[in-house]
Write a protein that binds this ligand. Structure first.
Ligand code: SF4
Ligand code: SF4
Length: 479
């Protein structure tokens, strides 16, 4: 896979007092002119079968992104990334950050799925489903075309654009970005909180307000200025393509055998490419697909639609540019099965099995017993009893409210209770409270004793935890 090697116009000859630039023979980056200035792209829209299909997918995904925070499963939003309370909910399952094995298995399964999808279908994510592409090409770019006009045959604006039109576009962009930033925030705080905050003063919720403003600002920066550069230079997934793809992966490719030698005039000596450059003008990342597979290609298929239209006009079969693989185009080798498409599913099957087993054997609650946050004395003597003050954190992993109680197992000389006993914890929620353990001095040996605590909700959850408590030395403890 190469970086876009298009030739470029040399910069104007510098004045004698200016330092001379080393002129590159090829375009270094599709978004840079030879003198290092920004090459602004205004891709021409190419209607066709793939554009129509991508539109359906894109608007479906936009609807999904907008509606997901409103959809509730088991009383919780379908996706809620509650960073403040350290809870992550995905389609009815709530994970605590302490469930590291589960979270790690989930992450590995997502990662391997991405590897597998890329090995099979190339950059289908980039061209069809990535939020950057979806919002750029189906929200922001259409608005730009509405206000500033479409792009002509030569890849430049058809008409000069009035200043007010540019301003109006930016205002509409800002309103949409502001709305999207709220939707984005809903994934972290839930729609109920968001609704309350929208109608309240920003001073009551300054952090949320600042997050919305920052996200709005970042979206404006991206969709007004940065644009395709995000895919070309910033996205790590884009950078990884050269290792994730192989010669048999699905790509958008130009059939060199059929197209070359290209020529404006058709004759028996020329291929099917008439060098009209419609595939270049329409490319949202500004590359020429005829130069071969390039890192900048996001697989959006706009060049396929553009070229198919040309082929229809010159009465040649469609598909000079098409979805295929490097091996199929060069050697006719359409192999599907190869080591990586066997290895990835095998790893995925193992990881998903482990994940399913871990979920099936998951306790209905998670309990943590900790020292006090403020480094307070670990125990005090109180009415002849030794009192240990600890903290207990209970995460209710069920969907319904549960009531928990703590007791001591097989040691009548020790009692344990929570500050709030019994303690009610809502479905999928986590609560922390004090844990007070009173013990007779005779329990301790060498300054400590090990006791067994029982935490139960009187229903599905019943767990015993051993805990060391501290006390005085040399108490003459009985065994
Ligand atoms: S659109 Fe097709 S015919 Fe025109 S330059 Fe591109 S590949 Fe050649
Ligand atoms: S080369 Fe074709 S598929 Fe790749 S980004 Fe450009 S228009 Fe899209």
């Amino acid at each position: 896979m190469t970086s876009s090697p298009q030739t470029t116009k040399p910069p104007a000859e510098p004045a004698s007092h200016e330092p001379r630039l080393l002129v590159s023979e090829e375009r270094v980056l599709s978004t840079l002119e030879a003198d290092g200035s920004r090459r602004w792209l205004k891709p021409r829209l190419s209607p066709g079968r793939f554009l129509t299909r991508r539109r359906f997918v894109a608007y479906g995904l936009i609807a999904l992104f907008t509606l997901l925070p409103y959809i509730h499963i088991n009383g919780k939003p379908a996706i809620l990334l509650d960073v403040i309370n350290r809870e992550f909910t995905f389609f009815g399952l709530t994970f605590a950050p302490t469930e590291t094995v589960l979270l790690a298995l989930l992450m590995v399964s997502i990662l391997v799925s991405v590897f597998l999808l890329t090995a099979l279908f190339g950059r289908v994510w980039c061209g069809w489903a990535c939020p950057q592409t979806v919002y750029m090409e189906y929200v922001y770019r259409p608005i730009e075309r509405l206000f500033e006009g479409t792009t002509g045959r030569g890849g430049t604006a058809k008409h000069a654009v009035a200043g007010w039109r540019r301003v109006a576009r930016i205002i509409v962009y800002a309103v949409i970005s502001f709305y999207l930033a709220h939707t984005f925030l809903a994934y972290f705080v839930g729609v109920a909180n968001l609704r309350q905050w929208i109608f309240g003063s920003p001073f009551d919720h300054p952090v949320a307000f600042l997050v919305v403003m920052a996200v709005t600002g970042l979206m404006m920066f991206d969709f007004v200025y940065f644009r395709e550069q995000l895919c070309i230079v910033a996205c790590p997934y884009g950078r990884l393509q050269s290792v994730l793809l192989d010669r048999f992966s699905l790509i958008v490719g130009y059939d060199r055998k059929r197209g070359e030698p290209r020529g404006k005039k058709k004759s028996d000596d020329t291929g099917d490419c008439i060098d009209c450059k419609m595939c270049v003008i329409t490319c949202p990342t500004g590359i020429d697909i005829r130069d071969g597979l390039q890192l900048e290609c996001i697989g959006c298929a706009q060049c396929i639609d553009a070229c198919d239209t040309v082929m229809d006009k010159i009465d040649r079969p469609r598909g000079l540019i098409r979805y295929s693989s490097q091996a199929a185009m060069e050697d006719g080798d359409r192999r599907v099965v190869r080591p990586r498409v066997v290895l990835y599913p095998a790893i995925l099957a193992i990881v998903l099995t482990l994940l399913a087993a871990k979920l099936a054997t998951r306790e209905a609650a998670q309990v943590h017993i900790m020292k006090m946050h403020n480094n307070a004395a670990q125990f005090v003597v109180n009415d002849g009893l030794i009192t240990n003050r600890l903290l207990i954190e209970i995460t209710n992993r069920t969907e319904t409210e549960r009531v928990y109680a703590v007791s001591v197992v097989d040691e009548p000389r020790v009692t344990a209770r929570m500050t709030e006993q019994p303690m009610t914890v809502g479905g999928g929620e986590m609560k922390e409270t004090g844990l007070i353990i009173d013990a007779e001095p005779g329990v301790f040996s060498d300054g400590y004793a090990v006791i067994t605590l029982r935490i139960t909700d009187g229903n599905r959850f019943d767990q015993q935890i051993q805990r060391k408590i501290l006390g005085p030395f040399n108490t003459g403890a009985t065994p």
